[in-house]
Ligand binder design. Sequence first.
Ligand code: SAH
Length: 217
Amino acid sequence: MIDFREAREWMVVRQIAGRGVRDSNVLSAMRRVPREEFVPAQLREYAYDDSALPIASQQAISQPVIVAQMMEAAELGPRDRVLDIGTGSGYAAAIAAAIVAHVHSVERDPLLADTARETLARLGISNVTVHLGDGTVGLFAYAPYDAIIAGAGGPRVPRAWHSQLSLGGRIVMPVGREHHHQRLIKLVRHGEHDYHEHWLGEVSFVPLIGEDGWADY
Ligand code: SAH
């Protein structure tokens, strides 16, 4: 029987803090959210491995350190309202929700959206709303957002996300010309039409599919 609590602590120490993540909100969120609940039952024993893992519908739960680095880059605070694109397992949404006021998370795959809703409800995480739809158009109804975080990679930052970001808000997203190879970028909105882009590293995410992303294939 694996001691998941101990495995999680090791993950935080070695994979997350050990690789330079310093944000105490992020470290404590990674300590609290049980990743084993977000992976398929037969993969639970690998929940704290230093890797992405497959979930349903040929998608993947991201590598823990990547989630932590994205959350740190998003500079999340307790009053923030966050838009999370690509709910997948719901893990990244749960990590953000452990820090911020509310997370709106958009997933295009109905099976994944339902499973994530169930997982979040079972864990008593009530400040995440999972929406079924195409996240490349954002989620106008609850905009603006202090941070927009994408768990899937697209050819560019979708147009709608720019306008749905609050002043001072941050977008963290994998962008690239290939389906599975991207640059992780951070975009900060300094003014009405003033955005600054920062490069965070090379990553490999599943494709962002939709109106302002990749075509379905
Ligand atoms: N953050 C997730 C990562 C899931 S993988 C986690 O922690 O598990 C990325 C997800 O993005 C997949 O579930 C995929 O179905 C979804 N996705 C891809 N394009 C999308 C789009 N346009 N809108 C919403 N979800 C999308």
